[in-house]
Design a protein around this ligand. Structure first.
Ligand code: AMP
Ligand code: ZN
Length: 114
């Protein structure tokens, strides 16, 4: 999608601080971190939101979660804990309409979130 911010980051047209990449996803630091670690894990394939996900994207969705767990272990905060968030549509607080997983760590998180 030519006008999508995250597609442009994936294509290297907009700079980002890369954390991890493979043939399915790209992970980079959030530009406005809400915790000491705040990584966005983004599928290379554009789909607008979890609300738009389809059955054939099951593997991609699973891959995003397993990638979050891998990054948490690699960065040594898995045992302390972390939070994984997928904001979806307006009331979910989604602002960029290319599905992404937030991986947050380095401080305690309250629940329910605001
Ligand atoms: P959401 O509100 O769930 O759609 O999350 C979008 C996230 O993208 C926010 O946490 C933003 O801080 C982040 N963001 C926006 N622009 C950039 C950018 N150029 N590079 C990295 N993260 C960004
Ligand atoms: Zn996109």
């Amino acid at each position: 999608m030519s006008d999508c911010l995250f597609c442009k980051i994936i294509a290297g047209e907009i700079p980002s601080k890369l954390v991890y990449q493979d043939d399915v996803c790209v992970a980079f630091n959030d530009i406005s971190p809400q915790a000491p670690t705040h990584v966005l894990i983004v599928p290379r394939e554009h789909f607008d939101s979890l609300d738009k996900a389809e059955k054939h994207q099951k593997e991609t969705l699973g891959h995003l979660l397993l990638t979050a767990a891998d990054i948490a272990r690699d960065k040594n905060f898995a045992a302390d804990g972390y939070r994984v968030v997928i904001n979806t549509n307006r009331d979910g607080g989604q602002t960029v309409y290319h599905l992404h997983v937030h991986l947050l760590a380095g401080r305690p998180f309250i629940f329910p979130p605001g």
